[in-house]
Every structure is written in C-alpha cells, then in structure tokens.
Design a protein around this ligand. Structure first.
Ligand SMILES: CCCCCCCCCC(=O)SCCNC(=O)CCNC(=O)[C@H](O)C(C)(C)COP(=O)(O)OP(=O)(O)OC[C@H]1O[C@@H](n2cnc3c(N)ncnc32)[C@H](O)[C@@H]1OP(=O)(O)O
Length: 236
C-alpha cells in the first residue's frame, strides 16, 4: 500500500481492522451523545471502552511518524479529522473532484451539534478548511491555511444531507485564494455557509522547520510536498 511495504496482505488486514475500529468508534461517539440509557448502563459502557483502550494503547507511534496506512502521494490520510475513514472525529467527508473544484456530501449527527438541532459553527469552519485545502490539491497546489473567513447565512440542520463545495478562485506564486460553500443537498442553490480562504505554501525554511523531522512508518524522511499530501482527495 506504500512503496516500501514488502508484504501488502498484513497491511490490507490492518486497513480493514482500523477502518472497522474507526466506524465502531464513530457510532459510539454518536450513541454516547444521543443515548437515554440509565447511569448504570452508561458507567458499564465506560468500563468497556477503557478495556478497549488498554488493549491497543501501549503500541504508539511518535507524532513525527506518519501512520503505516497513510500514503500521502496517493492522498491517503486515514486519520485526517475531516476525511479520514479511520478517524471517528471525521464524518468522514468523501471529497471528489467536480468541475473546476471539489465536492463532498455529509449528514451530521448530534455529536456535531452547536445550537440545539443545528451544526456547530466551528465544525463548519473545520470542514470548509479541509474542503478549501482539497480544492488546492485538486488544482495541483498545496499550502497551509493562512486566512479563513466564513459567513453563516443560515443554520445547518443535523441529520440532513448537506453538500459542501470548494474551488480555487485565483493563485499566484505561493498564494491561493479559495472559496467554499455548504448548502442542503435538497436545496443546493441556497447557500447557508460561505467560506473564503488564503492558502500559502510555506517558504522553504518554514517547510524545513515544520516538517523536516517527519518520516513515514519505515523511518524515511517524508515531508508534505505534493498536492495529495494535504488533501486526501478521491479521484472523480
Ligand atoms: C501541509 C499539510 C497539511 C495537511 C492538512 C490540511 C488541512 C487543512 C489545512 C490546515 O489546517 S493547515 C494548518 C493551519 N495553518 C497554519 O498552521 C499556518 C500557520 N501560518 C504559517 O505557518 C505562516 O504564516 C504561513 C506558512 C501561512 C506563511 O508563512 P511564509 O513565511 O511562508 O509566508 P509569508 O509570511 O512570507 O507570506 C507569503 C504571502 O502570503 C501573504 N500572507 C501570509 N499570511 C497572510 C494572512 N494571514 N493574511 C493575508 N495575507 C497573508 C503575505 O502577505 C505574503 O504575500 P506577498 O507574497 O504578496 O507579499
């Protein structure tokens, strides 16, 4: 699954198991905020979760080491908090190229709640940040968010299909101006959230300072440098 994996079968097994864990945890997170079970049942569930944590918690990678399952050159970041299929914080958004930009659909549960029955505004900012970054990747650019602004024109209802879009408006040198929107899938023309961002490819000395110590799972130097590194974009 990565260039240097001698044996793909165990890695495929790990991908299956890790994806399953992510899905199970995602369900657990949603149930934990929606359950009406009594205190005894909730406490028993907490014990079970602690036992699960103990089972895998001793084997950990350092923060400077990419996960074995990641392949940045393919845009695969399995633990990305927005698009990562194995990260329970992620809905996950499946971002794909569409026209001159990118698009994703999502239906968000109560774990993403801000005002009662609506999506937390900070979640919208998180998703827009990622969508804008993905649009940069789709355009063959990459950069870090330097500026991000949002207008919230209407609340996003929970448990309702949403459509998220982003596209590069202009780019020059290391800078890219990118816009994004969120709307109901049933009313895509009525924009509820608008985002505008400036993404900047860090100057070389900053890239070295930020990512100089990053390695892949085999210990090889693996700084982000290609569009897919930052985006987890799926082909159209
Ligand atoms: C990379 C892998 C990422 C994978 C995950 C993707 C997830 C989505 C993206 C993110 O969440 S990235 C994480 C959040 N962002 C950061 O932590 C970035 C923190 N900021 C920085 O490290 C630096 O400010 C930055 C790298 C963005 C820019 O530093 P540089 O020294 O390379 O650029 P410089 O300051 O010289 O600015 C270059 C140009 O951008 C302009 N610029 C920079 N920041 C600006 C700003 N905030 N507003 C307006 N303009 C800005 C600046 O004026 C200048 O314009 P000109 O070339 O026209 O003179």
């Amino acid at each position: 699954m990565t260039e240097n994996d001698g044996d793909a079968a165990p890695l495929a097994e790990l991908m299956t198991a890790t994806t399953e864990l992510g899905a199970a945890l995602r369900e657990l997170i949603e149930v934990s905020v929606i359950t009406t079970a009594d205190a005894g049942e909730v406490a028993a569930a907490a014990d079970l979760v602690r036992a699960a944590t103990a089972r895998i918690g001793d084997a950990r990678r350092p923060v400077s080491q990419l996960p074995r399952l990641d392949d940045p050159s393919e845009g695969r970041r399995v633990f990305n908090p927005v698009t990562g299929i194995a990260n329970p914080m992620a809905p996950p958004l499946v971002v794909r190229a569409d026209g001159d930009g990118v698009v994703a659909e999502a239906t968000l549960g109560l774990a993403y709640e801000g005002p009662p029955s609506f999506v937390h505004g900070g979640m919208s900012a998180l998703f827009m940040d990622q969508m804008l970054g993905s649009a940069a990747g789709a355009a063959g650019l990459w950069g870090m968010t330097a500026h991000l602004e949002l207008d919230y024109r209407g609340p996003l209802p929970l448990q309702t299909p949403l459509v998220l879009r982003a596209r590069v408006e202009s780019h020059e040198g290391r800078k890219a101006h990118i816009s994004g929107t969120i709307a109901l899938a049933s009313a895509p023309e009525k924009i509820l959230v608008e985002a505008r961002g400036l993404f900047v490819m860090p100057r070389p000395e900053k890239q070295a300072a930020y990512f100089g110590a990053i390695t892949d799972a085999s210990g090889r130097h693996a700084p982000p440098r290609r569009p897919g590194d930052a985006t987890a974009l799926r082909p159209a």
